[in-house]
Design a protein around this ligand. Structure first.
Ligand code: SF4
Ligand code: SF4
Length: 370
């Protein structure tokens, strides 16, 4: 496994600079020859149809730079958004325009194929978009963001968008424990095995991510063959301990990638030159409980795991939270109301609320743990 990571300082989404940076990465890794003539799927983060300034989705200029550097390939671009269609999300993010201008096709992600996960330690099969299965090579083009359930989302978590539509939310019922869910994400990453992982950290998202956080200028593009190493470097740039991210820790322990910064060779800018301070994170679960016996974990869960909390004053009653809630725990007679006795703490509602009025609140003992 080549765990070299390219860390490139870029402060704006300048077309030429991005294309040059991606060309340098491709050439250094020998990708032009390896990918020539192949069907390549570029998988950006298109969580929802949000404009680039909101920093919810991979910036369209990053997608353009990738497509331009694949001249001898048949390139498709796709993702399955949390709500709505791929086409609508691509239109609103600006990625559809880029595809049209650069001659790439938009892949239909509404067509699941139940697929055996070759590296499935936690999950043996999953419905995956046919465009992913049919591609010869996948490039993960993620956005650097905070994530309520996983703490951070980047290269590895990005591939969860390969699971079409509402099946994503339903998987939380099958994988209710955060550790199990993270294990499934690692299985999926290992099975898809992207040829390259890119994280757009030029403008990242801090705070109440992955949808309703605040854009934060970080000024880096991070890339490499090992998405686990790419995530470790991305986390380190924003001051998150890489091993506090379950996907990184589990993937490292299973030998799927390298999450240990001491073992990763960083090419380009030195980490200390691009580290940002005061990056605001969000975390629903207390990772400090992971070493406790299951009995205590269960007993303390109510205390230590944050609840989603709705700021009713600003709730529009759109009911998107209710639609995505896999546990049927939200009713919206007028304003949304959570039935906590049914809530499994998956935070899909917080992730998809278009008004950003759902935040996480810990009570009692939970406030003492991160
Ligand atoms: S998604 Fe947000 S705004 Fe819409 S009903 Fe739920 S809490 Fe209210
Ligand atoms: S209320 Fe929110 S956190 Fe609770 S189960 Fe539903 S979507 Fe998940």
């Amino acid at each position: 496994m080549n765990s070299d990571v390219f860390l490139i300082q870029i402060d704006i989404y300048d077309q030429q600079r991005l294309c040059d940076a991606v060309e340098h990465i491709f050439q250094s890794l020998g990708l032009p020859r390896e990918l020539a003539g192949g069907n390549v799927l570029v998988k950006p983060n298109m969580l929802v149809g949000a404009s680039p300034e909101n920093a919810v989705c991979t910036h369209p200029e990053v997608v353009r730079a990738l497509i331009r550097n694949l001249p001898e390939c048949c390139v498709k671009v796709g993702d399955s958004p949390g709500v709505g269609t791929t086409k609508m999300a691509a239109l609103q993010t600006g990625i559809l325009d880029v595809c049209r201008q650069e001659g790439a096709k938009l892949a239909d992600f509404g067509d699941p194929v139940v697929t055996t996960l070759q590296s499935g330690a936690m999950c043996h099969s999953l419905p995956i978009a046919s465009a992913v299965i049919e591609a010869d090579f996948v490039i993960s083009a993620a956005k650097l963001k905070t994530h309520a359930l996983m703490r951070y989302t980047g290269a590895v978590k990005n591939l969860y968008g390969c699971v079409p539509g509402r099946i994503k939310a339903q998987m939380h019922l099958r994988m209710e424990k955060t550790e199990a869910f993270a294990g499934m994400l690692v299985d999926l990453y290992a099975s898809i095995s992207p040829v390259l992982s890119v994280v757009d950290g030029i403008v990242a998202m801090e705070g109440n991510g992955p949808r309703s956080g605040t854009p934060r200028q970080v000024g880096v593009l991070i890339a490499g063959r090992d998405g686990v190493a790419v995530d470790a470097v991305a986390c380190s740039v924003v001051g998150i301990d890489p091993f506090s991210v379950l996907t990184t820790r589990l993937a490292h322990e299973r030998g799927i990638g390298c999450g240990d910064l001491k073992e990763i060779r960083i090419i380009g800018t030195a980490l200390q030159d691009v580290r940002v301070s005061g990056f605001k994170t969000v975390s629903g679960s207390a990772s400090t409980t992971k070493n406790l016996p299951p009995f205590w974990q269960k007993l303390l869960r109510e205390q230590l795991t944050a609840r989603p909390h709705i700021n009713s004053k600003d709730c529009t009653g759109c009911a998107i939270c209710s639609e995505v809630c896999p546990a049927g725990a939200i009713v919206v007679p007028d304003k949304a109301d959570i039935k906590y006795e049914s809530c499994i703490r998956c935070y899909c509602c917080q992730e998809m609320c278009p008004q950003g009025v759902i935040t996480l609140k810990k009570k009692g003992l939970g406030r003492l743990f991160r």
